[in-house]
Ligand binder design. Structure first.
Ligand code: S3P
Length: 427
C-alpha cells in the first residue's frame, strides 16, 4: 500500500489516542499468570498486543474479548501454562518475545518463541544470557543471540545481575523469571527505564522492592486485578510534535499516561519552549494520567543524552522532526539502542530526513540536527517500522510538497487508527 499526503492549513481538535502498548501487554500477560478472573478495559487491539494474546492462548490461557472490547482473563496461577502444540509466533513484537522468555524459562515443557524478519534480527542474547545463568535450558540461533528461542526446562535459582543496558524488556523478563525461581532475583539497572512491570506486579501482590536502581524480587504468587489502560504517551508524541511545529495548531490529547519513566518527551519539549498545558490529572490502576493541550510553539534546540534516553527511547524519531523546526543545533547521543529496534532508527531517520532537505548528521549513538526548518517532501518507505511510518505522516502536515509513504499500514502495530485521525485533524 502507498499513501500520498498533503500539507494541512490548520491542526485543531481533540484527539483520543490508543491505549498504552507496554501496559496492555503486561496487563494481559500478568493477569493470565495470576489467580482469578480479571477485566482489562481500554486494551490496545494493535497487532503486537494481539500477538501476546495469541501466544498466551497457545500456552493454554483462557482469554476472551467481550462486546465492549474488554479483555477478560481467567488466571489459574503462576504454574498454569502447558506445553504448546506449535511454535509461538510473536509477529513483530519485541515486548512479547522478551517478556515471554522470562515466563517460559525454567518451565517443565518445551516451547519455541519466534517472530518476523525484524524480530529475527533483533538482539535476544541480552535476555537469554541471564536466564541461562539462572539455570534455564535455552537454545537460540546464532550462538544464543537471535530468535527462534527454544526453552526446555531447568531449575531457576537466584542471581545478582548487573544489566548491561537500561531495557525495560530485559528487566521485565528477569523479574518474571525471579517470581518463579527458588529464591528470587536481584537486578541492578544502569539507568531507569519504564517501570510498568514493577508497578503492576506490586499492585497484584508480588514481593518486589525497588531502591534507586536496584530491584529485589522474591518468589511470589499474584492475584488477578481489573486494570484500566491509559492512553499511550508514545502515540501522543506524534500529535505533541505536530502541535509544536505546525504554524496554526491547537490540539488537546485526552487521557495520556504520564508515568515519569515514560514522559521524557514532555520534559524535552518543555525545555525546547513548547506550549504544553496539562490538566485533569487522574490515577489509572497506579499509573498517572492527564489531558494535554499543545499549540504552535517557537522551539529552541536542546541536548538529549545519558539517563534521559531510556525515558523517551521510542520518541526519538519524532523528536528529531521537532529538532528540524527548532532554532539552533540539537544533539541526541547515548542512544545506540535505537539501532536495535524494529529497524535501525538512527540510520533510517537520518536517511529520510536528509533526503527531505533537513540538515542532519549521523553519529554512532545518535544524531546532530541543525534547525533549518526544511522538509520539502518526496517518496519514502516506512521500512516496516511503525514509528517511522507515523513520523513521516506528521512530516506530511508541514511538508512543502506532498509526502508519499510506502507500507504505511505498519502503524497498526501500535496505532490502528493513526491515518484516520491524521485525516480528520489535518483537514
Ligand atoms: C518496551 C520497552 C522498550 C521500548 C519498547 C517497549 C516495553 O524496549 O522501546 O517499545 O514494553 O518494555 P527496551 O526495553 O528494549 O528498551
Amino acid at each position: 500500500m502507498e499513501f500520498y499526503l498533503y500539507k494541512s492549513n490548520s491542526l485543531r481538535g481533540e484527539i483520543t489516542i490508543p491505549p498504552d502498548k507496554s501496559m496492555s501487554h503486561r496487563a494481559v500477560m500478568f493477569n493470565s499468570l495470576a489467580a482469578g478472573k480479571a477485566k482489562i478495559s481500554n486494551f490496545l487491539m494493535g497487532e503486537d498486543c494481539l500477538s501476546t494474546i495469541s501466544v498466551l492462548k497457545k500456552l493454554g490461557s483462557k482469554i476472551d474479548i467481550d462486546s465492549a472490547q474488554n479483555v477478560i482473563t481467567y488466571g489459574q496461577g503462576m504454574n498454569s501454562l502447558k506445553e504448546p502444540k506449535e511454535i509461538l509466533n510473536v509477529g513483530n513484537s519485541g515486548t512479547t518475545i522478551r517478556l515471554m522468555s522470562g515466563v517460559l524459562a525454567g518451565r517443565r515443557f518445551r516451547s519455541v518463541l519466534d517472530g518476523d524478519e525484524s524480530i529475527r534480527r533483533r538482539p535476544m542474547g541480552r535476555v537469554v544470557k541471564p536466564l541461562k545463568m539462572m539455570g534455564a535450558n535455552i537454545n537460540a540461533k546464532n550462538n544464543n543471540e537471535n530468535a527462534p528461542i527454544e526453552f526446555r526446562g531447568g531449575e531457576l535459582k537466584n542471581i545478582d545481575y548487573d544489566m548491561p543496558v537500561a531495557s525495560a524488556q530485559l528487566k521485565s523478563a528477569l523479574i518474571l523469571a525471579g517470581l518463579r525461581s527458588k529464591d528470587g532475583i536481584t537486578i541492578n539497572q544502569p539507568a531507569l527505564s519504564r517501570d510498568h512491570t514493577e508497578r503492576l506486579l506490586g499492585f497484584m501482590g508480588a514481593t518486589i522492592k525497588t531502591k534507586g536502581l536496584k530491584i529485589q524480587v522474591k518468589p511470589s504468587n499474584i492475584n488477578g486485578v481489573d486494570v484500566v489502560i491509559p492512553g499511550d504517551i508514545s502515540s501522543a508524541s506524534y500529535w505533541l510534535v505536530a502541535g509544536c511545529i505546525h504554524k496554526n495548531a491547537d490540539l488537546t490529547i485526552k487521557n495520556v499516561g504520564i508515568n515519569e519513566t515514560r514522559s521524557g518527551i514532555i520534559s524535552v519539549l518543555n525545555r525546547m519552549g513548547a506550549n504544553i498545558k496539562m490538566s485533569n490529572k487522574l490515577d489509572y490502576s497506579g499509573e498517572p494520567v492527564c489531558d494535554i493541550n499543545i499549540s504552535t510553539s517557537n522551539l529552541k534546540a536542546t541536548i538529549i543524552s545519558g539517563e534521559e534516553i531510556p525515558l523517551l527511547i521510542d520518541e526519538i524519531p519524532i523528536i528529531a522532526l521537532a529538532a528540524v523546526f527548532a532554532e539552533g543545533e540539537t544533539k541526541i547521543s547515548d542512544a545506540e539502542e535505537l539501532r536495535y529496534k524494529e529497524s535501525d532508527r538512527i540510520s533510517l531517520t537520518v536517511e529520510w530526513m536528509r533526503k527531505a532537505g533537513a540538515e542532519i548528521e549521523e553519529l554512532k549513538d545518535g544524531m546532530i540536527i541543525q534547525g533549518n526548518g526544511k522538509i520539502t517532501g518526496g517518496k519514502f518507505s516506512s521500512h516496516g517500522d511503525h514509528r517511522l511510518a507515523m513520523t513521516l505522516g506528521i512530516a506530511s502536515l508541514i511538508s512543502e510538497n506532498p509526502i508519499e509513504i510506502e507500507n504505511p499500514e505498519v502503524s497498526n502495530v501500535s496505532y490502528p487508527k493513526f491515518w484516520e485521525t491524521l485525516k480528520i485533524i489535518g483537514n
